[in-house]
Design a protein around this ligand. Structure first.
Ligand code: ADE
Length: 229
């Protein structure tokens, strides 16, 4: 059974191209995933298909109304569904969280716009809130697309080459090692000799050393190390 994604957004066209290209298109074709992007406005009932209103208590911007969102979720959610609200103040998306979500059967991703959604949606209809980073996007559609992409990579068969994920167990702890391809000498820049040696043990050792060094230099927080050491 494919992992199903239903995305609720005011801009389904923003993510349509992303989902119909490359690996995500292939994942849908080979039955690993099923992605549907829905126009939230379709659940608005008034003549103007309004989905936002001024905030109670005043302040700048608009807030997304609860009724269309609750109606959409009533239509889309099933007993086993997990409803995720994409929000800059959610829990950070990580490889570990993506791996956990890949074990679900149905994810409903709600992407916000304006100043976000009415708090009652978050309190009563959402199972998990996820952020893709400490910055604010103009809407959550791209964030939902990022989550679909990185969760899909953990679905068995999605990557085709299972080795890519095995190698990644080290990669989720450390940053990646440098990759090279032909030619061995390009404009005087030579590929490190060890990679041309055919000595697999030496290559594995070199790659691990590179990963540790790069992680220590760029992301000492991952190693729980003080950068000044
Ligand atoms: N919506 C707006 N900004 C976001 C972010 N950083 N992560 C998830 N959803 C968002």
């Amino acid at each position: 059974m494919p992992l199903e994604f239903d995305i609720l957004t005011l801009f389904p066209e923003m993510v349509a191209g992303f989902f119909s290209s490359s690996m995500l298109a292939r994942g849908q074709a080979n039955g690993c995933i099923d992605i549907r992007a829905h126009q939230l406005r379709d659940w608005a009932t008034d003549k103007h298909r309004k989905t936002d209103e001024l905030p109670y208590g005043g302040g700048a911007g608009m807030v997304m109304k609860p009724e269309p969102i609750f109606s959409a979720l009533d239509a889309l959610r099933r007993p086993q569904s997990k409803v995720i609200y994409m929000a800059p103040d959610g829990v950070p998306l990580s490889s570990q969280l993506a791996r956990e979500l890949a074990g679900e059967s149905h994810l409903v991703l709600l992407s916000g716009h304006y100043e976000g959604v009415d708090q009652r949606v978050r309190d009563a209809a959402v199972d998990l809130e996820v952020s893709i980073g400490d910055y604010v996007l103009t809407n959550g559609s791209l964030a939902a697309a990022v989550l679909v992409d990185c969760v899909s990579r953990f679905i068995p068969g999605f990557l085709g080459d299972e080795k890519s994920l095995t190698e990644e167990s080290f990669m989720t702890t450390f940053l990646g090692f440098p990759q090279y391809t032909r030619p061995a000498d390009f404009r005087g820049m030579r590929v490190p000799e060890v990679l041309l040696s055919g000595d697999h043990a030496a290559i594995a050792k070199w790659r691990q050393e590179q990963q540790i060094e790069k992680t220590r230099r760029l992301r000492p927080d991952i190693l729980n190390e003080d950068p000044s050491i």
